[in-house]
Design a binder for this molecule. Structure first.
Ligand code: CUA
Length: 327
């Protein structure tokens, strides 16, 4: 029990999650649960109290044959007014204090190793994570026990990065950077979803956070495929993943928001206006830079223009060609 990670895990285990909640996988999860539980049980107590008192009064002061007129009663009681104003006011201040304290702790980087800073890009409808060593991926890679800061940007509309097991959620807003700071404490894989309705494929805008048990495991992952893209196909595949094409265009023939890329190259694609287009370099280029120009039949006009460099477009064309099944 000398490693800081094992201490974190031991601490997390001591405060095991309630059965109806996901695991507590980050340093802030326990505190967030505590504030949630505090407000929940406080509300439940007063709900029960008010319901019971209401029922007692309804029964006790009901209309009876022997009592047709209301009993005389005072119209004002200063003590009562002060009590039922003062107690809720005090409780609201307590909720404000515990929430603010927790929120403030959540905005500070934890102690320990140098923080891992990761740039996050959200777009319709995928996530992209640029890790500090230059490695980008569609999944978020983290190290257990290492403080982490996510710096998040959106390429189009408002999204929200939500890690239920980490008890973290933060809007990703176009035109500004938002941040999230935390320390993952449990190695494993955890779901990431988008928690802000962002259009057609919002519900499928999900991915995974991979928490490596130690730095060596993270470094080993980061070294995989670190060489620069040697071929156009390789470059195209990276663009396909990094620029979010994969969010709407599958590489394997399965239907998504947009046409699948499998066996698309060289095809005569039926268009929404009844004409057809040959899927070649020019059509691919136009569909990336001005997606609304020629819409494939059966698909909605929802794709935003993607500003790619010429070589990236060439790479995508090569990648599309590589997804053709042989004759
Ligand atoms: Cu992105 Cu919902």
């Amino acid at each position: 029990m000398t490693h800081p990670v094992s201490e974190h895990i031991a601490a997390a285990a001591q405060h095991a999650s309630p059965r109806f909640m996901p695991e507590r996988a980050s340093s802030v999860a326990g505190r967030v649960d505590w504030v949630f539980g505090f407000i929940f049980w406080l509300s439940a107590f007063f709900l029960a109290l008010i319901v019971v008192v209401t029922v007692v009064f309804v029964v006790r002061y009901r209309k009876r044959a022997s009592r047709l007129e209301p009993e005389p009663s005072p119209s004002h009681d200063m003590r009562l007014e002060l009590i039922w104003t003062g107690i809720p006011l005090a409780l609201v201040f307590v909720i404000f204090a515990v929430s603010t304290k927790t929120y403030s702790a959540m905005t500070k980087l934890g102690p320990g190793a140098a923080p891992l800073r990761i740039q996050v890009t959200a777009r319709k409808w995928s996530w992209w994570f640029d890790h500090p060593n230059g490695k980008g991926a569609g999944e978020l890679h983290l190290v257990a026990g290492r403080p982490t800061e996510l710096v998040m940007a959106s390429a189009d509309v408002i999204h929200s990065l939500y890690l239920p097991d980490f008890r973290l959620k933060q809007d990703v807003v176009p035109g500004r950077f938002t941040r999230m700071t935390f320390t993952p404490i449990l190695p494993g894989t955890f779901p990431i979803v988008c928690a802000e309705f962002c259009g057609t494929d919002h519900s499928r805008m999900s991915t995974t956070a991979v928490v490596h048990p130690n730095q060596a495991s993270f470094d080993a992952w980061a070294r995989e495929g670190a060489a620069p893209a040697a071929s156009l196909v390789e470059l195209g595949k990276r663009v396909f993943l990094a620029k979010g094409c994969v969010g709407c265009h599958s590489p394997d023939g399965s239907p998504r928001v947009g046409p699948t890329f499998k066996n698309l190259w060289g095809k005569s694609e039926k268009l929404a206006d009844g004409t057809a287009a040959l899927v070649d370099e020019d059509y691919v280029r136009e569909s990336i830079l001005r997606p609304a120009a020629r819409i494939a039949a059966g698909f909605a006009n929802v794709m935003p223009p993607i500003p790619l460099e010429e070589r990236e477009i060439q790479g995508l064309c090569a990648y599309l060609q590589s997804l053709q099944e042989g004759p």
